[in-house]
Design a protein around this ligand. Structure first.
Ligand code: 4NP
Length: 166
């Protein structure tokens, strides 16, 4: 399974989701390849934002990432593309070369443990906000990534994805 997390700048939210998911999957011995990318071009090659790095360090989560921009050619490289918010989904749908590519796009909030009660929530962008905003972002992203890893471990996702394909 190859997963790409996508946000706007690829320095705050999606590198956090990438790092958390890789960390959880490694801990649980689950075979998954994770990357992250941004729909915008501004931070290609950059390390994640200091707020994301500080919060990851506080939680003992290793961060291994350099910024990259998501392109139309990337749909073929991934089984699942996990967007942070509805604007990212719209941008990815605009980029998608075909319906099968569009079908690979989900929102991270679909995997949140409280999705049944609250519906699918966007992950708000902490860029330019306080360190507390980065803490809140991790508080939201971490349980959703854990939900995603649980779905991977249960094989639910692979079955669902193969069911979606023509
Ligand atoms: P992210 O936050 O999408 O969570 O990485 C942003 C980071 C940088 C910019 C926008 C959003 N920017 O415009 O540079």
């Amino acid at each position: 399974m190859r997963i790409c997390f996508v946000c706007l700048g690829n320095i705050c939210r999606s590198p956090a989701a990438e790092a958390i998911t890789r960390h959880l999957a490694r801990e649980q011995g689950i075979d998954v390849q994770v990357e992250s990318a941004g729909t915008g071009p501004w931070h290609v090659g950059d390390p994640p934002h200091a707020g994301t790095r500080a919060e990851a360090a506080r939680r003992g989560i290793p961060v291994e990432h350099a910024g990259q921009q998501y392109g139309a050619g990337d749909f073929a490289r991934f089984d699942l593309i996990v967007a942070m918010d509805s604007a990212n989904v719209a941008d990815l749908h605009d980029l998608a070369p075909d319906a099968a590519s569009r079908d690979k796009v989900v929102r991270l909030g679909e995997f949140a443990p409280d999705v049944g009660a609250r519906g699918v929530q966007d992950v708000p962008d902490p860029y330019g906000q306080s360190p507390e905003s980065f803490r809140q972002m991790f508080d939201q992203v971490e349980p959703a990534c854990a939900g995603l890893v649980r779905a991977l471990a249960a094989g639910v996702l692979a079955a669902d994805l193969s069911g979606r394909r023509p």
